[in-house]
Design a protein around this ligand. Structure first.
Ligand code: GCU
Length: 436
């Protein structure tokens, strides 16, 4: 039939209608039905948090020996019900120095790029590290943190090797072939105020998180999951656990770097990487300090408040972040045998700094604060000061104890203000400075 206009025939209309219905069906299958987020403090369910200082059988935790056993109970719950169990197999690691620049950042830093090759049963994976160390200092503290868009994205220095792995956020980065390109150089520089960090005497070790595991649902067929391939079950480790595991492999290497103080290594992460940093800190006591930036749901924020992002929302949008068992708690926060203050408590007695942002309601700033309050008794049992606040502080009024906290103005992000907070907190613990 010769048609000049673009009206559809009745049979085409039917086909379009069927196609539309199929699309809606497919969308509800993959995205599920997630109730709208609650942002109303007066619409909060009543809740009682699980007591970190009470054994599963109801006995109280009385001393540090008891805590050791209770800690194991809590750790097992998070591993089997939330993040998934990390593999115990030991990988071989080879470090290759690719570049070294003695006068980076206008002479402030010694810069290195190192390729870590992890091998396991004939398979291997490369993780590229970008390292900045303060020039002329010895035994320096360092912050290990992943970046979102490749090592070359964290600095305006134009000679950093381009990340070679796949990029999850390809649309935003104008990437067509899922590889990084020149357009993303420096794109994340505002999140890494390198000069300020170096001037304060701290080093930085970063890696692109996609080198460790991709941030999309690939059926666990790439990244470190491919190294340890095997049958997947309800407790198998998911992607956040893979990133946490990767933090520990980076730490394995960092502990061999002569310029770095092995007892002053901090793990830091923003948002999804903040969730991973908390799990890394809980899983690996060699991290001397943990920093969670805006980690929110399933990170620092209490789940039972049902404020902002919920378990159902996170499991629906990011089904590959947590293990199969975690889906049991969609819409059932009150039935969870743990809550996020217990994740924080697993880090005790090591210093922990949690940050929120005023406009980042999706991550529930108040829920992050209350989680610190509820983790404090564990620190106190271990002879520490814990968290010296019961009321939420105002904007830009950091609370500094063994657990520290600040909330700043602005949105979900990492800013110079956040870094100042991290480093003041680290100085307080590592250099014994008084509170600023
Ligand atoms: C989404 C997600 C959060 C996560 C954040 C991020 O908003 O829902 O849980 O923390 O992305 O990683 O930026």
């Amino acid at each position: 039939m010769n048609r000049t206009c673009c009206y559809a025939t009745p049979s085409e209309m039917r086909q379009i209608g069927i196609f539309a219905l199929l699309c809606i069906f497919a969308m509800t299958q993959s995205y599920g039905q997630v109730p709208a987020a609650n942002y109303d403090e007066s619409n909060m369910p009543e809740y009682t948090l699980p007591d970190p200082l009470m054994f599963e059988d109801g006995r109280p935790v009385k001393d540090t020996l008891d805590w050791k056993r209770r800690r194991a109970e809590i750790y097992t719950l998070f591993a089997s019900e939330s993040f998934g169990v990390m593999p115990s197999g030991k990988v071989e690691m080879k470090a290759t120095l690719l570049t070294e620049k003695p006068q980076a950042l206008d002479g402030l830093a010694l810069r290195r790029e190192v390729k870590l090759t992890l091998s396991y049963h004939g398979k291997s994976l490369d993780i590229m590290l970008l390292i900045y160390l303060p020039k002329g200092l010895h035994s320096v503290p360092v912050v290990i943190g992943y970046n979102y868009e490749g090592n070359h994205s964290i600095t305006s220095e134009s000679d950093i090797l381009l990340t070679e792995s796949w990029m999850a956020n390809s649309k935003k980065l104008k990437i067509t072939d899922h590889k990084a390109n020149e357009a993303s150089r420096g794109s994340q520089a505002s999140r890494w105020p390198l000069k300020e960090i170096l001037q304060r005497g701290y080093g930085v070790v970063t890696a692109y998180y996609g080198d460790v595991d991709p941030d999309f649902d690939d059926g666990f067929s790439n990244g470190v999951h491919a190294l340890f391939s095997g049958p997947v079950n309800e407790t198998s480790w998911a992607t956040i656990a893979a990133w946490a595991w990767g933090y520990s492999r980076i730490l394995d290497y960092v502990l061999t770097v002569p310029e770095i103080n092995p007892s002053q290594i901090i793990v830091q992460g923003h948002s999804r990487q903040g969730k991973a940093a908390l799990w890394a800190g809980a899983s690996d006591s060699r991290f001397a300090m943990v920093i969670s930036n805006n980690s929110g749901c399933s990170g620092a924020a209490l789940s039972r408040r049902i404020f902002g992002e919920t378990i159902a929302a996170i499991n629906t949008t990011f089904p590959y972040w947590f293990c199969g068992n975690y889906k049991k708690y969609n819409g059932k926060e009150q039935d969870m045998p743990f809550d996020q203050h217990e994740l924080l408590a697993l880090i005790a007695p090591r210093p922990l700094y949690v940050t929120s942002a005023q406009e980042d309601l999706w991550a529930d700033p108040k829920g992050e604060f209350l989680s610190c309050v509820a983790a404090s008794p564990v620190y106190e049992l271990l002879g520490k000061q814990g968290f010296p606040a019961k009321e939420m502080p105002g904007l830009h009024q950091p609370v500094i104890g063994d657990i520290g906290y600040h909330i700043r103005a602005g949105a979900h992000d990492v800013t110079s203000y956040d870094w100042k907070g991290y480093l003041d907190f680290a100085d307080y613990h590592f250099k014994k400075t008084s509170q600023r």
